[in-house]
Design a protein around this ligand. Structure first.
Ligand code: GUN
Ligand code: FE
Length: 459
């Protein structure tokens, strides 16, 4: 068996050496990833072979040091050797983040959604008509996310065309994988932060063309109506037409807060519920990402499932803004596409590790009064932070775990760096080291970040 698997490994390396001047990279050491929603796989002495285009071309388990050296020497493949306590894991995926709100993340946490938007969010987002300010803020937030291990994100920018382009440029330059959306708002918004319908559509089309014009496989535009209360029916229909015309995804907010839901009911009394408003305007399909979904009715969940829309669970935000606790167990049981979002800065932390921890605690808190809603287990939460995120981004076949044919978007974790928040003991095996990192680790342990096989950050 071992002979056969090494023979296959050699064959793959020869093939890739023939195909390109250099054969790429072998990552040799421990790795941890989701196999499916209930199973994590812990691999010791693994080999993940990545070609120059960043594709995983071979995955092996239990390979000895001598064997890997011989293979590396023979084929002149560079080998990245991990230390015994280090491990590789898939990059984290944030399916809902407002890049401009990073400027006040961790502050202004005293209000609920609608007052919070008017008091803190809109005045701060309005500043992004200043491209120098935008450039500084967007460099900082993208850098922060990459250092925190977020290899792919779905960003909201602001209503401003120029600043939105700057965010797409920065993501491209830094090598992160992302959807970037210019936000649309043409009603119920302050006069210093509102668009006219036609200009909003025109700027959105220009933005889509600009990002598609990059012809960069890692950066794509996403149509971003802020939420129903801030978009007229004409705007929503026009945006749906643009999403269709350019075949791009859609993102928005849904069923986040009870006052918001009541407002949507007032604005659209003809529709049975909030989800149906999006659906009636052509905005709900299998490439739509809806954030929050704290209070969906049975009919709404059915409609979301029917359309194949993805959900971004944002537990830090739902607790920070006192919105509520999403019924994540129910949504998972129903087979909804579920992922994690930081919702900076409704959520105060830009880290998906923080989202993981909040998802865990939100589920535990809900289970006290609803024991039928069993709180999520670590494999389930890690799944939604990686493979689930890939699914919601429409990239489950390309991202989320270490499988031949997928992209190598990955993190190297070192639990023992200088200043590490984790301490290890001689009884700590790989599963314990992994859990310690998930629950207590941070940027100081994320020693290298890869997207498409390229290193985009190194400590
Ligand atoms: N609903 C509409 N806009 C926003 C926003 O910026 N953040 C959150 N959490 N919800 C919203
Ligand atoms: Fe949000």
């Amino acid at each position: 068996m071992r002979f056969l698997s090494l023979a296959l490994l050699s064959a793959a390396l020869v093939a890739s050496a023939d195909a390109a001047a250099t054969a790429g990279n072998i990552f040799y050491g421990n790795f941890v990833h989701s196999v499916n929603i209930t199973n994590l796989e812990y691999v010791g002495k693994g080999a993940i072979v990545v070609d120059t285009a960043g594709n995983i071309i071979q995955v092996e388990r239990n390979v000895t040091e001598r064997q890997i050296s011989q293979i590396g020497d023979k084929h002149r493949v560079s080998i990245t050797r991990l230390g015994d306590q280090q491990f590789i894991m898939p990059g984290l995926i944030d399916t809902h983040i407002h890049a401009p709100q990073y400027v006040f993340t961790g502050s202004g946490m005293d209000l609920q959604l609608l007052n919070w938007l008017n008091t803190y969010t809109f005045p701060r987002e309005a500043r992004f008509n200043d491209t120098r300010y935008a450039n500084d803020a967007y460099n900082k937030v993208v850098d922060r996310l990459i250092r925190g291990g977020t290899t792919a994100a779905s960003y909201y920018a602001t209503i401003h065309l120029d600043a939105s382009k700057i965010l797409a440029d920065i993501v491209e330059r830094r090598g992160q994988r992302a959807f970037v959306g210019k936000v649309n708002m043409d009603r119920n918004s302050p006069d210093y932060y509102i668009e006219n319908t036609q200009q909003s559509l025109k700027d959105t089309e220009t933005f889509i063309q600009y990002v598609l014009g990059k012809k960069n496989s890692r950066v794509a535009p996403i149509v971003t109506p802020r939420f129903v209360p801030s978009c007229t029916s004409d705007l929503m229909r026009g945006l749906a037409a643009l999403a269709n015309k350019y075949n791009v995804p859609i993102q928005s907010h849904l069923d986040e807060n009870l006052d918001e839901i009541a407002w949507v009911k007032e604005l659209h009394p003809d529709q049975p519920d909030y989800t149906s408003v999006y659906d009636a305007h052509g905005l709900l399909n299998n490439r739509t990402i809806m954030a929050h979904v704290v209070y969906p009715t049975d009919e709404e969940r059915k409609l979301l499932k029917q359309r194949g829309a993805g959900i971004s669970h944002c537990p830090n935000s739902n607790l920070s803004l006192r919105s509520g606790i999403a019924k994540v167990r129910q949504m998972l049981t129903e087979g909804q596409k579920l992922s994690l979002g930081t919702d900076v800065s409704g959520g105060y932390s830009p880290s998906i590790l923080n989202s993981i921890r909040n998802a865990y605690f939100a589920g535990i808190a809900r289970s006290f009064d609803h024991p039928e809603d069993k709180y999520l287990q670590l494999p389930e939460i890690f799944y939604i932070a990686t493979l689930g995120g890939a699914d919601v981004l429409g990239m489950k076949e390309q991202l989320g775990n270490f499988v031949v044919g997928k992209k190598f978007d990955a993190l190297i974790i070192n639990p023992s760096t200088r200043g590490s928040p984790i301490d290890l003991f001689d009884h700590d095996k790989l599963n314990t080291i992994f859990e310690k990192f998930i629950n207590n680790g941070d940027d100081r342990n994320i020693v290298e970040v890869f997207v498409d096989g390229k290193s985009i950050h190194r400590l």
